[in-house]
Design a protein around this ligand. Structure first.
Ligand SMILES: [Zn+2]
Length: 421
């Protein structure tokens, strides 16, 4: 039996178990994707959007799994099952990513179908036929299906409502960072890393709120003080939501400036111009880790990088990412990018050891060993994870700004996002 089938069987019994434990209808959100390994950026964003669309309902319990089937949500909701199914069908039909979602509603006894509500079967997204007929007959080529998926995702990011476009881009960047296969101490979709107080769901919820707030700053790309004001509100809302856990504080600062930079022809010089006076921050003391490292060791951290317009990010790291996987890019960042989160937690000598280890990695065994070592040391390269978000923001933004869909690039991006390699 293939691994994917095994996981499906596991899921079936897992769902029954949840239904037995929580006496409410259970909603399962998956994505309609191809292949034996469905883990990817697009898959992840699709199911998260399904979850966000249901958030206003009376959610009683939320669980996630991350396997070859990709990210899946299991949400127990206190609503009559027919009403709930209608809401889910509406999301599948009308949400901009709804056609890529697969939302099931079940109880311990049965799974409700569209037919039970006298609704039409789901139609194929490429023709007028009923969807399962096209699947069974393999009517459409994999290439046509891939093109449809990526076009739908691009359209979703590209919405011409400015605020919404930035919200989606930033949310994609923040959630996308979690798909890195190994966290090396950071939270991933499948692993809490070195953290006992945070998991993927907390990051996903935080990404939603943070992206809603940061995107409000898109018209202020010329004004550092206004950007900072928005950043403070975003931070406050983040801490309220996470009850004091720092999920995205560094990312808020970084992504606000990257968003401002991307709106100018030369992002590096624009960010550098915006951050001209940033080192004057060190004249005060906000009690942060960054501040302490500066006072004790003269390390300027993220502020120093901002003053240089994140030039390394745009001119070295991003080009590196274009020809390497997410995992390789993350390791490169750990080895190369000054990470004050890591330095603060580990102290100078452990920090140096960690960076050396990251640079020496050669194969999968090394990676797994490094991941284990980081967790034992209680280290977490949060600053590098933030940089990975920034890379995804740059990549998605430049991608949706391209007027034409140059076919090879288009497909390349698709494969990268879908992890088909
Ligand atoms: Zn069809």
């Amino acid at each position: 039996m293939s691994k994917l089938l095994e996981e499906r069987e596991f899921r079936a019994s897992f769902q029954k178990q949840i239904c037995a434990e929580y006496p409410f209808p259970l909603v399962i959100i998956k994505a309609n994707m191809l292949g034996e390994d469905k883990r990817s950026l697009i898959q992840t964003i699709v199911v998260c959007e399904g979850y966000f669309a249901l958030k206003k309902l009376n959610l009683k319990n939320i669980l996630t799994t991350y396997t070859l089937e990709g990210l899946i949500f299991y949400i127990s909701i206190d609503l009559p099952i027919e009403q709930l199914k209608r809401i889910c069908v509406d999301i599948e039909e009308n949400h901009p990513l709804g056609r890529l979602m697969d939302i099931d509603v079940m109880t311990v006894h049965f799974q409700i179908s569209r037919r039970d509500l006298n609704l039409d079967s789901r139609s194929c997204f490429l023709c007028d036929e009923v969807a399962y007929v096209c699947v069974r007959e393999q009517t459409h080529s994999i290439s046509d299906i891939e093109t449809y998926i990526i076009d739908t995702f691009k359209k979703y990011l590209r919405t011409n409502i400015n605020h919404k476009r930035w919200q989606r881009l930033i949310q994609t960047a923040l959630i996308g960072e979690l798909i890195k296969p190994l966290g090396y101490g950071c939270v991933t979709l499948g692993d809490q890393g070195s953290h006992k107080d945070m998991d993927a769901l907390l990051f996903i919820d935080s990404a939603r709120i943070v992206s809603e707030e940061i995107s409000k700053a898109h018209p202020f790309s010329e004004n550092f003080d206004q950007l900072r004001e928005v950043g403070k509100i975003a931070e406050k809302r983040m801490f309220e939501m996470t009850r004091g856990v720092n999920t995205h504080k560094g990312a808020i600062f970084l992504l606000l400036l990257v968003m401002a930079g991307l709106q100018h022809p030369d992002p590096v010089s624009h960010i550098s111009f915006l951050s001209e006076d940033i080192l004057s921050d060190f004249e005060g003391d906000d009690g942060s880790h960054g501040m302490r490292l500066y006072k004790e060791h003269g390390i300027t951290g993220i502020r120093g990088l901002a003053k240089e317009g994140f030039s390394d990010l745009f001119t070295r790291t991003y080009p590196y990412y274009r020809s390497h996987s997410i995992d390789e890019t993350f390791l490169w960042l750990i080895g190369e990018n000054p990470d004050t989160t890591l330095m603060y937690r580990g102290g100078q000598s452990l920090y140096n050891e960690c960076r050396e280890k990251a640079k020496q990695i050669e194969n999968v065994d090394d990676r797994i060993e490094f991941d284990r070592w980081m967790k034992i040391q209680g280290l977490s390269p949060g600053g590098s994870a933030d940089m990975l978000s920034a890379i995804l923001l740059i990549d998605c933004y430049w991608w949706i700004m391209e007027e034409t869909n140059d076919e090879p690039t288009h497909k390349n991006r698709y494969r990268r996002y879908l992890g088909i390699e």
